[in-house]
Write a new protein. Structure first.
Length: 271
């Protein structure tokens, strides 16, 4: 069985059975960006508890199944419309950056492409620069994904200290992947069970755009989603004739290379 990394999963919304399924499917590490929990939190204290959950509790739950758990911290764009709350949450983050499963700042980005969201995005970018952190970016799922992606790339490029090789832009689709990769960023493809990016579309994108600076994830959360979307796509790759070396590159080596830029990321027996 090939080992792989799930680089984007919201395990706080999943059952312990899901951890077991991931382990049985060969998952070596799961990475959890901070995101919306299915409801709006009423205060910064709610985020404080959430940050404790993803830095203390989830790593222990994962370890029971031999899976390493990493996380990213931020206030997500869906809850960043109130700049006062957002700044209170951002102020909590530096103390958590010291914890040993934290890889960086994410998933930051835009949801409705509003002025407040953009301002808080810029403040997160500044936070990442000040603390020398990797960045994981969420792009909007709405019809203006293209516009949102453009705004995000510009906000990143406007910051002179940002190295695009240390930023992954997630949820790319056919119409946004090229601009992300052409400007030197990493790209994440999210595999959805219902609409949007299917395993076939993801593999097609790899064939068109190559397999450098790209990963795949399930982004499984509290909604309709599939924690096994990555191993299902690995199976589909095999059906389409790809060998183990190629599958391993996209699903294990690439995420390990990107996240390995953080000194916190370690994976036993990767070589
Ligand atoms: Zn997410």
């Amino acid at each position: 069985m090939l080992r792989y990394i799930e680089p984007h999963a919201h395990m706080v919304s999943r059952t312990t059975d899901d951890y077991e399924k991931l382990a049985l499917a060969g998952c070596a590490a799961v990475c959890e960006p901070a995101f919306w929990a299915g409801f709006d939190r009423s205060s910064a204290q709610g985020f404080y508890d959430y940050f404790r959950q993803i830095t203390e509790y989830e790593p222990r739950r994962a370890a029971r199944f031999g899976i390493r758990h990493y996380c990213w911290l931020c206030i997500n764009p869906k809850e960043a419309e109130d700049p006062g709350l957002a700044r209170d949450v951002i102020a909590l983050i530096p103390e958590f950056l010291q914890r040993n499963n934290v890889l960086g700042i994410g998933e930051i980005g835009l949801n409705k492409n509003s002025r407040n969201e953009l301002r808080i995005l810029e403040e997160h970018i500044q936070l990442a620069v000040e603390h020398d952190q990797l960045i994981l970016v969420h792009t909007p799922h709405l019809e203006d994904k293209m516009k949102g992606t453009r705004l995000i790339l510009d906000a990143l490029k406007n910051h002179s200290s940002i190295d695009p090789g240390r930023v992954i832009i997630d949820h790319v689709e056919e119409h946004t992947i090229r601009m992300v990769m052409d400007e030197g960023f990493w790209a994440g493809m999210t595999l959805y069970p219902e609409s949007k990016c299917s395993p076939h579309r993801a593999i097609d994108m790899l064939e068109v755009h190559g397999c450098e600076r790209i990963w795949m994830n399930s982004a499984c959360d509290w909604g309709v989603s599939d924690p096994l979307a990555v191993p299902r796509t690995m199976l589909e790759m095999r059906r389409r004739g790809y060998d183990d070396g190629w599958i391993r590159k996209v699903t294990l080596e690439n995420p390990a290379r990107f996240m390995g830029q953080s000194p916190r990321f370690k994976l036993d027996g990767l070589d």
